[in-house]
Design a protein around this ligand. Structure first.
Ligand code: PLP
Length: 228
């Protein structure tokens, strides 16, 4: 597993997707999802030029943080239990899974600085997926006014695991449309410029539909802890 080789291929694919969509590749941030790999592999990603690491559990974040400290920008991408917030809030730069008021309250209470958050939306409506219903997003974002430590910098979604390109596209388009609705409100605490969407199997399509953050695990760093 050569992270550097993988990154080359991914960068190429990002450029191609940007060309198709008339976008600037500089506007795309790669979040290397290291939840299934060792700290050594995560360090290899940083050496290859990755800046952003994503973890989905407080244990995984803490274990890697012990070694890598503030070298990367840390993203939390998994469902987050309120009682876990205090274990990770001082190590994380960006939380992609804000999806309920009680969690916002806890983040606001425990943070001693502004935390960049993305509101997770369950666009596909799959029961197994976290996130707000699309119809609930506007009210939810407006309610963030009560929490001075929370800055809503964008929206996040997980598309269904499918090869059906039309289904993926419509999911990403819907998130983009909700983002535009949020931005029409011009809320000072919700500069909603980011769209976190796209993973190993669908990041090119997500970029064509407006993604600014792609969360890539398997295709970039592999999944060695899962036997891959
Ligand atoms: C695991 C995970 C990813 C990365 O998935 P890959 O298919 O390995 O790229 C992205 N986003 C979230 C929320 C994840 O949990």
């Amino acid at each position: 597993m050569e992270v550097q080789e993988n990154l080359k291929g991914i960068n190429k694919a990002i450029i191609q997707a940007c060309n198709r969509a008339n976008r600037d590749p500089k506007d795309i941030k790669i979040i290397a999802v290291t939840k299934y790999v060792s700290v050594e592999r995560a360090a290899e990603a940083l050496e290859a030029g990755i800046v952003n690491l994503g973890e989905n559990r407080d244990e995984g974040l803490n274990a890697k943080w012990e070694v890598l400290k503030n070298k990367p920008t840390w993203h939390f991408i998994g469902s987050l239990q309120s009682r876990k917030v205090k274990n990770m809030i001082d190590k994380v730069d960006c939380i992609h899974s804000l999806d309920r008021i009680s969690l916002a309250k806890e983040i606001d209470k425990r943070a001693d600085k502004n935390i960049d958050c993305l509101v997770q939306v369950n666009v596909s409506g799959e029961e197994s997926k976290q996130g707000l219903e699309p119809e609930a997003v506007i009210d939810f974002v407006q309610a963030m006014k009560a929490f001075p430590n929370i800055r809503v910098i964008g929206l996040m979604t997980m598309a269904p695991y499918t090869q059906d390109e039309n289904m993926l596209r419509s999911c990403f388009k819907r998130l983009k449309a909700i983002q535009e609705e949020v931005n029409e409100l011009k809320l000072p605490f919700a500069p909603c410029t980011e769209l976190s969407m796209g993973m190993s199997n669908d990041f090119q399509i997500a970029i064509e539909e407006g993604a600014t953050m792609v969360r890539i695990g398997t295709a970039l760093v592999g999944n060695e802890l899962q036997g891959g």
